[in-house]
Write a protein that binds this ligand. Structure first.
Ligand SMILES: *Cc1c(COP(=O)(O)O)cnc(C)c1O
Length: 347
């Protein structure tokens, strides 16, 4: 069952809303086997959003945005994207036989995300400049032409994304003490916070989590308190200099007593390898920024050891293998028998 069917009553679904569905959502909450214990944390979980149909959490919101756009009669979807939004928009458009136009910053999107958009049949436009420039171009387009804008400035996206908070509360029996996630355009932190507040109001949880966001040092406008003109980070999904949901993010941080802090690209890549090689979970660089931040918060004694922490792994590591492969040993080359293999492996 997809997000629209599972959470019909809690989403803006009417009798006229088409039940668009790629079986998104319902992702696993994986308990940490090794990193949590190594950090001395009793309860650490990973919400593995990489298992959504296009490999990122974007599908949760996209399904709602596409259904509502169709309900309103749209036949053409448009979005600006650092990659995952375009993959998601393109997939849902394909399944509903709509046209998708995706505008991406030239040379800044991970190869596999581009491959997805092209394979799903979207029209891909690469424009000069960064994500922020791409977003302002499509906003302008949507204002003057009959196309539906499905970026996270579209409120239906955030409605769909809040369902991940519902799933976490359902699984844990209440909200965690800390919810950690990467912050780019800041739609997701805004959506989770809304979701947790709705869970509290519905009586499903007695508490709200502290919301802890991670930005990359080279793209940390919220941490610095001003837009970054030329954002630069290995974590391309959060390479954003002027977040569309800036206020939503600072409200989530301040109302929850949380924090938004920056980590370096080196810390991000180290966290990515640590997660993959000690948990068996491969996530893209943006997704592991909060893990890098967690390591620091534990070192600084800022997280209680008996607390429950959930890290949202926003996208699959298969999205961007190039970012990861620079940091691991290449395969051994061998032309020989079992004996020479054993020797090479020092068995
Ligand atoms: C979009 C995205 C983010 C950033 O989410 P925002 O809602 O823009 O803050 C983080 N990680 C991945 C994998 C993404 O696709």
């Amino acid at each position: 069952m997809g997000v629209l069917a599972r959470y019909r009553e809690r989403l803006p679904v009417t009798e006229h809303t088409p039940m668009v569905d790629l079986r998104e959502g319902s992702t696993p909450l994986v308990p940490s086997r090794n990193i949590g214990p190594a950090l001395g944390l009793e309860r650490l979980y990973f919400k593995y959003e990489g298992l959504n149909p296009t490999g990122s959490f974007k599908d949760r919101g996209m399904v709602v945005a596409v259904a509502k756009a169709m309900e309103e009669g749209a036949r053409v979807l448009v979005c600006a994207s650092t990659g995952n939004t375009s993959a998601s928009a393109a997939a849902y458009a394909a399944s509903q036989r709509l046209r998708a136009i995706v505008v991406v910053p030239d040379g800044k999107i991970a190869l596999n995300k581009l491959a997805q958009a092209l394979m799903y049949g979207a029209k891909v436009v690469q424009i000069k400049g960064n994500f922020d420039a791409a977003l302002s171009t499509v906003r302008d387009l949507a204002e003057h032409y009959p196309v539906a804008l499905v970026n996270s400035v579209n409120p239906y996206r955030l409605e769909g994304q809040k369902t991940a908070a519902f799933e976490i509360v359902e699984e844990l029996g209440e909200a965690p003490d800390y919810l950690m996630l990467p912050v780019g355009n800041a739609g997701n932190i805004t959506a989770y916070w809304k979701g947790f507040k709705e869970e509290l109001a519905a009586g499903h949880s007695r508490q709200l989590p502290r919301m802890v966001g991670a930005q990359a040092e080279g793209a940390a406008p919220i941490v610095r308190g001003r837009p970054v003109e030329k954002p630069k980070t290995v974590a391309s999904a959060i390479e954003i200099g002027n977040p569309a949901s800036w206020e939503g993010a600072t409200s989530a941080r301040d109302e929850s007593g949380g924090a938004i802090e920056a980590v370096s690209d080196t810390e991000i890549l180290q966290a990515q390898i640590r997660l993959a090689s000690s948990e068996g979970l491969f996530a893209e660089p943006a997704s592991v920024a909060p893990l890098a931040l967690l390591v620091r918060l534990v070192q600084e004694g800022r997280i209680q050891r008996d607390s429950t922490t959930v890290i949202v792994l926003t996208g699959s590591g298969l999205k961007d293998p190039e970012a990861a492969l620079a940091n691991v040993e290449p395969p051994i080359q061998l032309d020989g028998d079992a004996r020479s293999l054993a020797k090479a492996l020092k068995l």
